[in-house]
Design a protein around this ligand. Structure first.
Ligand code: GDP
Length: 295
């Protein structure tokens, strides 16, 4: 995960990690390399520039050059700032409803169905909840089947109504079914398209409006870098979602989406997907991720 970014940052911070004298010149040079590493990771140039400017200002404010261990202080400043950029504190999902309704949104192939299964599994085992998975992709019967397969894998019931072309009606029927059968979490998997289009946006907005979910999650493929960030922006403008799910981090060497999505949409990353299996799910902790990136 993020190997290429970690290597580049490690090289950039090499001098500061105690391999030479620290001067104003090499601090500036280091920050320039940090900026380059972020841009190479597919972080938007302005975000990368603001990031290094902030670190520089903080370094000046703390008189880093005259400190006892200036190199380590600088590395800590970079780490702290990276943590802040990725969201600061970890944020959970809202499970206060009975049932709590969780709506998935995102493009086709982003990992919605897989994540729906992972989340159901996580809630069932870690939080002793009784989830219900709901198949609302009315265009692709294969997607409905896929959710049934996933549901079977994690031992969670799947609600579907093949032939029904109205996702709002399916969602409402599923919520009624959940209430009757003691499910306290309803996870609604929706249809995505390969690119953002008006029909998809209208459909997901209509479902959102009709069922008023406790939690709306935007699922996105981490490997798509700045595209992930731009798609997040579009979905957020329509849905005002509550959190981001970043999938496929296991295949992402660059990390640009993880680093910059929070600062663009101002919504936290809540979980990350790290594989195809149903247990390949982690709560997203910005500080742990910064530790991992900086080694
Ligand atoms: P959807 O169209 O948004 O429902 O996407 P799917 O859940 O069908 O996922 C698309 C593909 O990505 C499938 O082959 C999944 O197995 C794969 N996938 C989903 N999440 C992850 C992940 O975290 N890591 C990896 N490596 N693959 C994933």
């Amino acid at each position: 995960m993020f190997d290429s970014l970690s290597d580049k940052l490690d090289n950039a911070l090499h001098v500061l990690k105690g391999h030479g004298q620290i001067t104003e010149v090499n601090v500036a040079e280091t920050l320039k390399e940090v900026r380059r590493a972020l841009v190479d990771a597919d972080v938007n140039y302005k975000i990368a520039k603001d990031f290094t400017n902030t670190v520089k200002e903080k370094a000046l404010g703390q008189d880093v050059l005259t400190a006892l261990k200036p190199g380590q202080m600088m590395v800590k400043l970079v780490k702290d700032e990276l943590t802040q950029l990725m969201g600061g504190e970890a944020e959970g999902i809202n499970l206060s409803g009975d049932p709590s309704i969780i709506l998935m949104s995102g493009l086709q192939g982003s990992g919605k169905t897989t994540f729906s299964g992972k989340l159901a599994n996580f809630l069932k085992t870690k939080k002793t909840k009784k989830p219900l998975l709901v198949a609302c992709d009315v265009y692709r019967p294969a997607a409905i089947n896929q959710l049934h397969v996933v549901g079977e894998q994690v031992g969670v019931e799947v609600f579907s109504d093949e032939g029904n072309q109205d996702p709002v009606a399916i969602s409402k029927a599923a919520i009624a079914h959940a209430k009757q059968n003691g499910h306290n979490v309803v996870i609604i998997d929706t249809a995505g398209r390969l690119a953002v289009d008006e029909a998809m946006m209208t459909e997901i907005s209509n479902i959102h409006e009709a069922i008023q979910p406790h939690e709306t999650l935007f699922v996105v493929d981490s490997m798509t870098g700045q595209d992930a960030v731009n798609t997040a922006k579009t979905f957020n403008e329509r849905l005002n979602f509550d959190g981001v799910i970043l999938t496929k981090l296991d295949g992402d060497t660059r990390g640009g989406a993880a680093i910059s999505i929070k600062s663009v949409v101002n919504k936290p990353i809540k979980f990350i997907g790290t594989g195809e299996k149903m247990d390949a799910l982690d709560v997203f902790y910005p500080d742990r991720m910064a530790d991992r990136i900086l080694g």
